[in-house]
Each structure stands twice: as structure tokens, then as C-alpha cells.
Ligand binder design. Structure first.
Ligand SMILES: [Fe+2]
Ligand SMILES: [Fe+2]
Length: 146
């Protein structure tokens, strides 16, 4: 399987969960559950990239990669926004601005990965290396469904 295909499937699943993150009246517990589900999935996805894919890029390029640095900075921003939204949901305060920020950062981030990181890995890795990268990612999030 191609890295692009495997990762894009996960992006699509997260986008679906993200789209459900709108407050529905006073249904705060339900919103909290939906957000928790999205956050766990997003954090697993970033761990796959940071612990598996970024490491492979650095191994293959022999050190620091500007692309990995940029993507890691974006991950930090995404994590900050996730924490901010979690707090707003707990406090019962509006989170629309944070949600829009996250939407924008996530779209730009996914575009960058789709146009550079994933295709680069698919072109650079052998089929065996790709399979083993995907197996490593799967084993990192085994306890999570989907
Ligand atoms: Fe990412
Ligand atoms: Fe990604």
C-alpha cells in the first residue's frame, strides 16, 4: 500500500469527525465525547507522523529536514488549538474562533503533507519499507478503532 493512500484515509476520517464538532443546543456532554474522539484520533495521526514518518525522512536525508521542521511546528499549533477547544468545551464557553483556526491550520497542513511528505515517501521507499512503515504506524495506535 502507498503511504499516501493510508494517510489520506485517516485524514478523511478525521475531517468527518471534525465536521461534527458543532455545538448542538445544550448537548454539552455529547459534544465533549465527539471532541474527545476527534482529539484522540488526531493525536494518534500526529504520533504516526512524528514517531514513524518524520524519523524515516530524517534517516533517508541524513539529518535535519526543513519540511519536517515546518510540519512539526504546525503539529505544535494543532495541539495548542486542541487543548484550547477542550478547555472551552469544559468551561462551556464559545469555541467557534478556535475551531475556525484549527480548520485553517489543518487544511494547510494536510495540503502540505499531500503535496510533499507523502509523495516523497512513496517515491523514496521500497515497497517493503512502505509496508513496514505502515505496520509500525498501525501498531502504534492498536488500541484505537478505525
Ligand atoms: Fe501532520
Ligand atoms: Fe497527516
Amino acid at each position: 500500500m502507498q503511504v499516501t493512500e493510508f494517510m489520506d484515509k485517516d485524514h478523511a476520517a478525521m475531517e468527518k469527525l471534525f465536521a461534527s464538532l458543532v455545538a448542538r443546543g445544550k448537548d454539552r456532554q455529547n459534544l465533549r465525547d465527539r471532541f474527545a474522539q476527534f482529539r484522540v484520533r488526531m493525536e494518534r495521526h500526529m504520533a504516526w507522523e512524528e514517531d514513524v514518518l518524520f524519523k524515516i525522512v530524517e534517516q533517508k536525508t541524513g539529518g535535519q529536514s526543513i519540511l519536517v521542521e515546518e510540519l512539526t511546528t504546525q503539529h505544535a499549533r494543532i495541539k495548542e488549538l486542541l487543548a484550547g477547544i477542550a478547555k472551552a468545551i469544559d468551561d462551556g464557553t464559545p469555541f467557534g474562533v478556535l475551531r475556525d483556526d484549527l480548520d485553517a491550520v489543518m487544511s494547510a497542513h494536510e495540503k502540505m503533507e499531500d503535496s510533499s511528505l507523502y509523495p516523497w515517501l512513496d517515491q523514496t521507499l521500497s515497497a517493503g519499507e512502505r509496508d513496514s512503515a505502515i505496520a509500525s504506524m498501525k501498531s502504534l495506535g492498536k488500541h484505537l478503532q478505525g
